[in-house]
Design a protein around this ligand. Structure first.
Ligand SMILES: *[C@@H]1O[C@H](CO)[C@@H](O)[C@H](O)[C@H]1NC(C)=O
Ligand SMILES: *[C@@H]1O[C@H](CO)[C@@H](O)[C@H](O)[C@H]1NC(C)=O
Ligand SMILES: *[C@@H]1O[C@H](CO)[C@@H](O)[C@H](O)[C@H]1NC(C)=O
Ligand SMILES: *[C@@H]1O[C@H](CO)[C@@H](O)[C@H](O)[C@H]1NC(C)=O
Ligand SMILES: [Zn+2]
Length: 235
C-alpha cells in the first residue's frame, strides 16, 4: 500500500488509512493492509492486538461468540516488541443494563480504573490518567459508532484501529447510526490531540463475529457452532 489517501486536515495530522478497495465501499479486501507498517508498527503486531480485541469477548463476557460481539483492547505501543496491554473491554449492555456500555466505552472505563488503581501497576492520579490516553492505541474489532468514535477523540488516543467496517455491519443487517469514523475524526479538528485512524485491519478474522447474527446460513466464529439458531461455544 502506498501513502494514505488523505492526510492533514486543518491543523491536525490525521491519516486515514484505508485500502483502495475499501475507499470505494468494498471493505472486505484487506490484502493491501497486510504489508503495511504504519507509525512503525508492522502488520503482524496490529494483527496480534486485533486478535486480543476479539478475545476480549471470551475474557470479559465468558462467551466467545456473544450476539453483540464488540471487543476492544487498549495498548501502549513501546519501541520494542509487541507493546503492553493496558486493558480490555467488551460490549456490556446486557451485563450491566447500561445502554452506553459499548466495547470501546467499557474499555475506556476499565482503563481508567486500571490506570488509577492505587494497588495496580500504574498508580496514576486522575490528571495523569487523562494524559495517558494520548500515548495509547485502541483496537476494536468493528468500526466505532459515532458515540464511541467521539469518545475516542475526546480521550485523545494516539491511534484508533478498527476491523469490520460500519458498511459491512449495515450490509449484513445490523442497525447502525450511519456516520463513519472518518467523518467523526474529520469534524473533531477543534480538539487538542490528533488520532491516527487505521481501518479494515484483519477483517478476515473480525468479520466472522458479525456476519452470523442476521444470516442463518453463515458459519459461526471460531470456537462456536450453531445451536437453536444462535452461535454457542463449541465444547
Ligand atoms: C487473515 O489475513 C491475514 C493477512 O491479512 C493473515 O495474516 C491471517 O493469517 C489471516 N487469517 C486467517 C484465519 O486466515
Ligand atoms: C479490564 O481489563 C483487565 C486487563 O486487561 C481485564 O483483566 C479485565 O477483565 C477487564 N475488565 C472488564 C470489566 O472489562
Ligand atoms: C497528579 O500528579 C502530578 C505529578 O505528580 C501532579 O503534578 C498533579 O498536580 C497531580 N494531580 C492531581 C489532580 O492530583
Ligand atoms: C507507554 O510506554 C512508554 C515507553 O515504554 C512509557 O514511557 C509510557 O509511560 C507508557 N505509557 C503508559 C500509559 O503506560
Ligand atoms: Zn459504540
Amino acid at each position: 500500500m502506498r501513502g494514505p489517501p488523505w492526510t492533514d486536515f486543518i491543523t491536525l495530522a490525521i491519516a486515514i488509512v484505508l485500502t483502495p478497495a475499501s475507499a470505494h465501499g468494498s471493505s472486505r479486501d484487506i490484502l493491501a493492509n497486510s504489508a503495511s507498517t504504519i507509525n512503525g508498527i508492522p502488520f503482524s503486531t496490529r494483527a496480534y492486538w486485533m486478535r486480543k480485541a476479539n478475545e476480549a469477548l471470551g475474557d470479559v463476557l465468558d462467551d466467545p461468540c456473544p450476539f453483540a460481539a464488540f471487543g476492544t483492547a487498549i495498548v501502549n505501543h513501546t519501541d520494542e516488541g509487541l507493546g503492553e496491554l493496558v486493558c480490555i473491554g467488551a460490549n456490556a449492555n446486557r451485563l450491566t443494563g447500561n445502554p452506553t456500555m459499548h466495547g470501546e466505552i467499557a474499555a475506556i472505563t476499565n482503563c481508567t480504573a486500571v490506570l488509577t488503581d492505587p494497588r495496580g501497576r500504574y498508580k496514576m492520579n486522575t490528571t495523569q490518567a487523562l494524559d495517558a490516553f494520548t500515548q495509547l492505541s485502541l483496537y476494536t474489532n468493528a468500526e466505532s459508532c459515532p458515540m464511541c468514535a467521539s469518545a475516542i477523540r475526546w480521550a485523545g488516543f494516539k491511534e484508533y484501529i478498527y476491523g469490520t467496517s460500519i458498511d459491512t455491519l449495515v450490509e449484513t443487517g445490523w442497525g447502525q447510526i450511519r456516520v463513519d469514523s472518518v467523518e467523526i475524526v474529520r469534524q473533531s479538528f477543534d480538539l487538542g490531540h490528533s488520532t491516527r485512524l487505521i481501518g479494515n485491519v484483519l477483517v478476515n478474522e473480525t468479520d466472522p463475529y458479525f456476519l452470523w447474527q442476521y444470516n442463518p446460513h453463515q458459519e459461526c466464529p471460531h470456537g462456536c457452532k450453531r445451536s437453536k439458531g444462535t452461535c454457542k461455544r463449541s465444547k
